[in-house]
Ligand binder design. Structure first.
Ligand SMILES: [Zn+2]
Length: 209
């Protein structure tokens, strides 16, 4: 059983996770909530939203970004190109650009953007906007709890050192095997590696859809 030191993790389905700190602050990684077919109905109406962390701009990750940004005016972290697009939308939320390896404190959350091997674009009224490179996040919560959200990604070597980072728990959403991402369930002959064996986190704090 993972000791989250008073923090709480809520799984909204697909790759969307909610993080609540002991002070009550609430953040979402990848705001795909109301239009998310895998999100339980009782989670679709949020009471509060202080921060949003975006891994990349595909619709199944930011499908509800704009309405949530307008409603709650949270602080929103995204890679630079996605940040520029978001600023152009005039949501009234405070947008914070980031890039890989960079860390910033957003309320109770200390985040570092990590690498991910995946494409990134934003569907905007029939247009496809370049969103910068896709990423993931390491999130430090109060009490010294550290989480890793890989975003959408192929397996890659940099995931391995995470296991040396003690107290890191992986939010394990890894997509099913398809042409876009490599699944934890897919193991080719001669290659026994998988997302989960790469990370070897100390606990499972999430679900795989
Ligand atoms: Zn994607």
């Amino acid at each position: 059983m993972v000791n989250l030191k008073g923090n709480k993790i809520t799984y909204f389905g697909h790759s969307t996770f909610g993080l609540t700190t002991p002070s009550g602050q609430f953040a979402i990684i990848d705001p795909f909530v109301m239009s998310n077919p895998r999100c339980p109905e009782n989670l679709k109406k949020l009471a509060r939203l202080d921060a949003i962390f975006i891994t990349h701009g595909h619709t199944d990750h930011i499908g509800d970004l704009l309405p949530l940004a307008k409603q709650f005016k949270p602080k929103i972290v995204a890679t630079f190109e996605t940040y520029l697009w978001l600023e152009s939308k005039k949501t009234g939320a405070q947008c914070l650009p980031g890039n890989k390896g960079g860390s910033q404190k957003v309320g109770d959350f200390e985040i570092t953007m990590t690498n991910a091997f995946h494409s990134n674009s934003i569907e905007d009224n029939g247009e496809r906007i370049y969103g910068g490179e896709a990423g993931g996040y390491i999130v430090k919560l109060p009490g010294g709890v550290t989480l890793y959200h890989a975003g959408d990604t192929a397996v890659f070597g940099d995931m391995k050192p995470r296991r040396e980072a003690r107290h890191t728990h992986a939010l394990r959403h890894f997509p099913d095997a398809d042409r876009n991402t490599r699944s934890v369930a897919r193991r080719d002959k001669g290659d026994r590696r998988s997302h989960s064996s790469r990370i070897e986190s100390r606990g499972i704090a999430g679900l795989r859809s």
